[in-house]
Design a protein around this ligand. Structure first.
Ligand code: ASP
Ligand code: MG
Length: 432
């Protein structure tokens, strides 16, 4: 398979090798994010890169984001018209950012003598449901794209957008161009979907927190989903789910430097040696506790019901074993929802006759993620020992099959990440 061999070569060398040995012509979907198309010079650089791949004989479909900052700018304009802009109109507006970049890239390709054609989501067409600002893709017509590819054209598609059954323009949620790219790769049965971005791959943790962080050659879909949902913002979560579901080989690479990036794929035997693939963290957490709650059936529902009704997402939940017919109940929410959650919980406290509410919005969540956890014991104790050695108090613990998360005080975030990175020897690399 193409993407397995890529591991041993830098990307361009790898492609050249394939072509000189006449192995195969590949179909790639390349997606470039907002920074990669942030100005005219960068769009020209993308055109050069695309032309190079195309000249080697590959079929290339390019998906683009809007120029960086553009979607925010458009949302800002909308808010000057309406406090809560009408969603249908908002989608008409914010889908324009991508229409600009696809047209400009096509022009840049023409200037280089490369045949190319740009399309909006509705022209392709990318059929979605009618949930404006967060639509889901239902179906993609690939006929027009295949026809263009077969005549040797590069096809350039606007990311982030589609059209519903009634012909209304829709958008796929912030960061949605990743999902467009993966969905197109699935529909076209592309060999790989390359996400070109401003980082050169997925790292064991955020290099700004731990400079010894190492780029991973590979990571599984499951691990990537955990990392993404825990705050590693390399890819839109939905695009990873999509890629996992349709088995689209997904590669994250830098737009600006050569390299083979990180391949996101299914678990393979050679990955088993890595116990932990990465450390993710989330600074946006807040913790709420209600103590002295009468320990009766329905209490968890009475506590969390009003929170759910207020559309506040709850992350970790811990309830203690009761020893005096009362129990303590703790959960975490996003910091943006902290004040609202706190006042709702105070009302619940009064109606339930519970003792009191304590709350803390200066906590963070740090998690270790790895499929290796399934088959190895002692990972949790290694984690707790490493934190203890630094004198870091763990406030909450939660586990899933491939993840262990702890809540610690905000001031320990960097220390905790570095201690865990060292404890699991992530800087040395267990893959190569
Ligand atoms: N332009 C959209 C956004 O900023 C979609 C994307 O870039 O993926 O969210
Ligand atoms: Mg993005």
């Amino acid at each position: 398979m193409v993407y397995q061999k890529a591991k041993t070569f830098y990307h361009s060398e790898f492609e050249e090798t394939l072509h000189t040995t006449g192995l195969k012509m590949a179909l790639y979907v390349y997606k470039f994010g907002g920074t990669s198309v942030g100005n005219v010079e960068r769009i020209k650089a993308v055109a050069e890169k695309v032309k190079k791949a195309h000249d080697l004989g590959d079929q290339i479909v390019v998906v683009l984001s809007a120029m960086s900052g553009e979607t925010n700018r458009l949302i800002g304009l909308a808010k000057q018209m309406q406090v809560h802009p009408t969603e249908r109109e908002l989608d008409v507006l914010i889908s324009t950012g991508e229409q600009v970049t696809v047209a400009l890239l096509s022009m840049a390709l023409h200037e280089l003598g490369c045949e190319a054609c740009s399309y909006t989501g509705s022209q392709v067409k990318i059929l979605t449901d009618s949930s404006y600002t967060k639509a889901r893709i239902r179906k993609i017509d690939d006929d027009r794209i295949h026809a263009d590819l077969n005549t040797g054209k590069v096809v350039v598609v606007a990311g982030f957008q589609g059209i519903d059954e009634q012909g209304n323009i829709t958008t796929l949620g912030r960061g949605g161009s990743d999902t467009t790219a993966v969905a197109l790769a699935a529909a076209l049965k592309a060999d790989e979907c390359h996400i070109y971005t401003d980082v050169d791959g997925v790292y064991t943790t955020d290099p700004r927190v731990e400079p010894k962080a190492r780029r991973l050659d590979r990571i599984t879909f499951e691990e990537m989903l955990e990392m993404a949902s825990l705050g590693s913002k390399v890819l839109q979560i939905r695009s990873v789910e999509f890629a996992g579901k349709y088995n689209v080989a997904l590669r994250v690479l830098s737009s600006f430097k050569e390299g083979c990036g990180t391949l996101i794929t299914y678990e393979e035997s050679q990955m088993e040696s890595a116990l932990i693939s990465g450390i993710a963290f989330n600074r946006d957490e807040a913790k709420l506790t209600i103590t002295g709650v009468p320990d009766l059936p329905g209490v968890a529902f009475k506590i969390l019901g009003p929170i759910a009704d207020a559309n506040i997402e709850v992350d970790m939940i811990v309830q203690n074993i009761a020893d005096d017919a009362t129990t303590d109940f703790t959960f975490t929410v996003h910091r943006n929802d902290y004040q609202r959650a706190k006042s709702l919980l105070e009302q619940t406290c009064a109606t339930l006759g519970a003792r009191k509410v304590t709350a803390d919005d200066s906590i963070v969540k740090v998690s270790i993620v790895g499929v290796g956890m399934r088959s190895h014991a002692g990972i949790a104790s290694t984690m707790f020992q490493a934190l203890a050695a630094e004198g870091i108090n763990i406030r909450m613990i939660a586990t899933s099959e491939i993840k262990i998360s702890v809540v610690v005080d905000e001031k320990y975030l960097e220390l905790a990440v570095r201690a865990l990175h060292a404890a699991f020897k992530l800087e040395q690399g267990s893959e190569d």
